[in-house]
Ligand binder design. Structure first.
Ligand code: NDP
Length: 478
């Protein structure tokens, strides 16, 4: 695995070396990799194009078996993957291992998709005719992933693409490429033919541009600003696109909520996994009657968390994943204070036993829906509370934000829950449940500008990873 790029079945070393550091301990180097040239990225795209037709025509059972084998290997190595993930991205070890197991499940599910029926047969308006609607691989898929789910996210993109007979070129985040390298090793070991899966590392824009220009389809997860750039580029070549982007997700807590449950799901959504989830709860919209009790309980929970080194057994909240995000988080809290927010808990750097990027989970109170802190994604362990009078105002506040990824409500009233579920403009809604994570059998995603194009997972995966073909057959002439 020299250089850790995998192109056309070979491990390739690029000219530009780079290293990753452990966010739990900035004195520890985790991985050494190299970035390849644009020419190498073109070679990866070309290899994927050469390999795709044979993979698209590969025996169905054999293709499913390869994906299942990949799932089994991931499962068997979940501890190793989880450990690397914890060291490179900063999730606690149980979170890292859990993510690896979820990645295995994505491959397992995708293996089933290989053999599921893929076509419809219709009667025709013309006598003696029939109409056949079939699905074909979209072709070469470019997959670009962010840093916050370094094994699950590449896995659900790659598994879906491969299941439907596509070849793939994956570019992981430069902050956390280690798990993608492990994935490449596993796919090689599972028997994915040379060129069908390729891994390249490089600067986002330069590498991304080549991939977008030369792919048939792009599946991208990352920030909304990057998503806009990527979409503009894809428009030039009309590359099919699906983008999963940023969020500023709201949880509404009504007076009639079960307070214990509301605190549980709000704290989980806001702070667990260091708040580094696209569906993380960043806005807590709370009605007046329950507001003070809710805030008091939330502040206590925030203060009770053990923040520290991701590999310490008692750590509940690991470090922020990288220096850039850490600085942005602290600045976010400072800006919120400047616009009038009060800090009910956390918000500052925390000393640890190592030189890590530790931050105390923050609860900001006294904020208004239109403030910057409620309009911009923080992507850190920071939640702000907006007090409202009733459900109408709560719905308005929840929707009064450009992001439309996920939302939730805590209430014991079925009527209120259903009103909110229908009125929410988010792509995913939870009722009395922590913010949505990936359930691999159903679509995940938001409406623009939190998402764009078809969803990529579960029952929706076929919409993106295949093209539909409608055939009219005159049986009378055969
Ligand atoms: P970025 O948008 O910064 O980067 C995402 C990926 O895009 C990286 O691999 C990056 O490469 C690459 N990239 C950067 N610039 C370009 C470009 N011009 N063309 C093509 N690719 C490019 O996101 P982060 O990694 O910081 O991830 C955090 C963001 O991801 C948050 O906004 C979060 O909400 C969102 N996200 C959304 C999810 C969803 O399902 N909706 C799920 C998870 C995260 P490099 O690292 O080399 O710069």
């Amino acid at each position: 695995m020299k250089g850790a790029n995998y192109i056309d079945g070979r491990w390739v070393e690029g000219a530009v070396p780079f290293e990753t550091v452990n966010p739990s301990d900035l004195d520890e180097t985790v991985g050494s990799y190299t970035k390849v040239s644009e020419e190498d990225v073109r070679a990866a795209m070309a290899a994927a194009r050469r390999a795709q037709p044979a993979w698209g025509a590969f025996n169905m059972q054999a293709r499913a078996d390869i994906l299942l084998k990949a799932a089994e290997i991931i499962k068997a190595r979940a501890q190793d993957i989880g450990l690397l993930l914890s060291r490179e991205e900063g999730k606690t070890l149980p979170e890292g291992v859990g993510e690896a197991l979820r990645a295995a499940q994505c491959f397992q599910y995708a293996a089933g998709d290989v053999v599921r029926a893929q076509g419809e047969w219709y009667n025709s308006m013309r006598d003696g005719f029939n109409v056949l609607v079939t699905r074909e691989p979209v072709g070469v898929v470019a997959a670009i992933t962010p840093w916050n789910f370094p094994i699950a996210l590449p896995s659900w993109k790659v598994a879906g693409a491969l299941a439907y007979g596509n070849s793939v070129v994956l570019k992981p985040s430069s902050f956390v490429p280690g798990c993608a390298v492990m994935l490449a090793q596993i796919l090689e070991e599972a028997g994915v033919p040379a060129g069908v899966f390729n891994l390249v590392m490089g600067d986002g824009r330069a590498t991304g541009n080549v991939m977008i220009d030369e792919a048939d389809a792009l599946t991208f997860t990352g920030g909304t600003a990057t998503g806009r750039t990527v979409l503009a580029r894809a428009a030039e070549t009309m590359t099919k696109c699906q983008l999963e982007l940023g969020g500023k997700n709201a949880l509404v807590v009504l007076d009639d909520a079960d307070l214990d449950l509301a605190v549980d799901i709000a704290s989980n959504g806001a702070w667990i996994q260091t708040g580094q989830r696209c569906t993380g709860t960043e806005r807590l919209i709370v009605t007046r009657g329950i507001h003070d009790a809710f805030v008091e309980r939330m502040a206590k929970v925030a203060a009770s968390y053990r923040v520290g080194h991701a590999l310490d057994a008692d750590t509940q909240i690991g470090p922020v994943a990288n220096v850039q995000q850490f600085n942005e988080n602290l600045q976010f809290v400072a800006d919120a204070k400047a616009e009038g927010a009060q800090v009910a808990a956390g918000g500052g750097a925390v000393e640890g036993r190592t030189r890590g990027l530790f931050m105390a989970p923050a609860l900001l109170i006294g904020t208004k829906a239109g403030w910057r802190c409620n309009q911009h994604e923080s992507f850190g362990p920071i939640a702000s509370v907006i007090m409202v009078d009733d459900l109408d105002e709560a719905i308005h506040a929840a929707n009064a934000c450009q992001y439309k990824l996920s939302s939730g409500i805590a209430t014991t009233s079925l009527k209120n829950a259903e009103r909110f579920r229908k009125a929410s403009q988010a792509g995913m809604v939870t009722v009395n449940a922590p913010t949505a994570g990936l359930e691999y059998h159903v679509p995940l995603g938001g409406r623009a500008p939190s998402g764009y194009g078809p969803r990529e997972t579960g029952t929706a995966a076929a919409d993106f990873f295949t093209e539909s073909k409608t055939s009219y057959i005159n049986h009378g002439a055969i």
